[in-house]
Design a protein around this ligand. Structure first.
Ligand SMILES: Cc1ncc(COP(=O)(O)O)c(C=O)c1O
Length: 319
């Protein structure tokens, strides 16, 4: 069994099955949408042999209880930083940080924005060899091409154009993340006074890299029913005002699996359940957008919030 989050990207969970293992889903924290530290640590007590930890929306979660439970047993943790590359920059080289590998994505919506490619950072030579075995038929190591005729032949190589873009963007990654942090902090400070809006990130975590600005709606604070359709309608209104809003997943991850879909009770994952009906996020917080653009986004939120009494009938109408 491999501990992983109930709020998760299906493409990250599939490889657990592909490795002949079974996910052990645990609930998330409402602070940042990432796996709940205590539940994840308990997963190791219940017999899990590894953890695959998604760091969502740009949030990096340190998980001290889970890491020490894994460390005590010598079990691996893989940090999925596809949405949170800042975690790799901050903790990847920290010898005291317990992680077997940190992975990331070159997908266009992420920090590298390079097309399609994957990144695996590890110091574990056996793991690199294993990844070569299951993915590549030939690869570049120490400036030489190495052929691996024993591979499974999946050929998960990045294409050369994506790889070239990713490499060219690496030197500016830290400064890109600084701008994302600055834009997101500025925007959140402007939005914080609006009732019914909460941050979905730990404001004290310095490794957050804001793939997006994640938010949570609490409709009851603005006298509206707690329902996913209310969140969706507010997002529609904000989009109509030009704010690049989106809603991520709407179901627990196992419901997206094409095979071996377990029947788990969502009530056993109350935070995941709550977030699935209340989360939304603002995209386009990356440079070249700046505080001036963030101000325009904030003004659109303010406009919708001011008009909320007049919009109420539309927001609560039956579907
Ligand atoms: C949390 C998470 N993990 C893994 C992935 C997979 O990355 P890729 O699109 O490069 O396969 C994604 C992609 O969106 C993701 O959001």
């Amino acid at each position: 069994m491999v501990v992983t989050s109930a709020l998760n990207w299906p493409g990250a969970v599939g490889p657990i099955y592909a490795s002949g293992m079974t996910p052990k889903y645990v609930d998330v924290s409402v602070l940042d949408g990432c796996v709940d530290d205590r539940h994840a640590a308990e997963g190791f007590e219940d017999g899990a042999v590894a953890a695959l930890v998604p760091h969502l929306f740009g949030n990096f979660t340190r998980l001290p209880q889970m890491r020490s439970a894994a460390h005590r047993r010598g079990l691996p943790i893989i940090d999925d930083c596809a949405q949170a590359m800042g975690g790799i920059l901050r903790y990847g080289c920290d010898p005291d940080f317990y992680s077997a590998a940190m992975t990331s994505s070159g997908n266009g919506s992420k920090h590298l924005g390079a097309g399609e490619l994957g990144v695996l950072c590890t110091k574990n030579a056996d793991l690199i060899e294993h990844v070569d075995l299951v993915s590549l038929s030939s690869s570049s190591r120490d400036h030489e091409r190495v052929f691996s005729p024993m591979t499974y032949g999946y050929n998960y190589r990045p294409n050369v154009f994506s790889a070239a873009i990713a490499l060219s963007r690496l030197p500016d990654l830290a400064s890109q993340i600084e701008d994302r942090v600055s834009n997101s902090t500025y925007l959140w400070r402007s939005l914080a006074r609006l009732p019914g809006l909460r941050p979905l990130f730990d404001e004290s975590e310095t490794a957050n890299s804001f793939c997006v600005l994640p938010l949570r709606l609490v409709p009851s604070e603005i006298d509206l029913p707690e329902a996913a359709c209310i969140r969706d309608r507010i997002v529609t209104l904000l989009k109509a005002e030009g704010v690049p809003m989106d809603v991520w997943l709407r179901k627990p991850v196992w419901e997206y699996m094409a095979f071996d879909r377990p029947s788990l009770d969502p009530a056993a994952f109350p935070n995941t359940d709550l977030l699935l009906s209340t989360i939304c996020h603002v995209k386009e917080v990356a440079p070249p957008n700046d505080h001036r653009v963030m101000r325009l986004f904030a003004e659109a939120f303010e406009k919708i919030w001011e008009d909320m009494p007049a919009l109420k009938d539309w927001l609560v109408r039956p579907s």
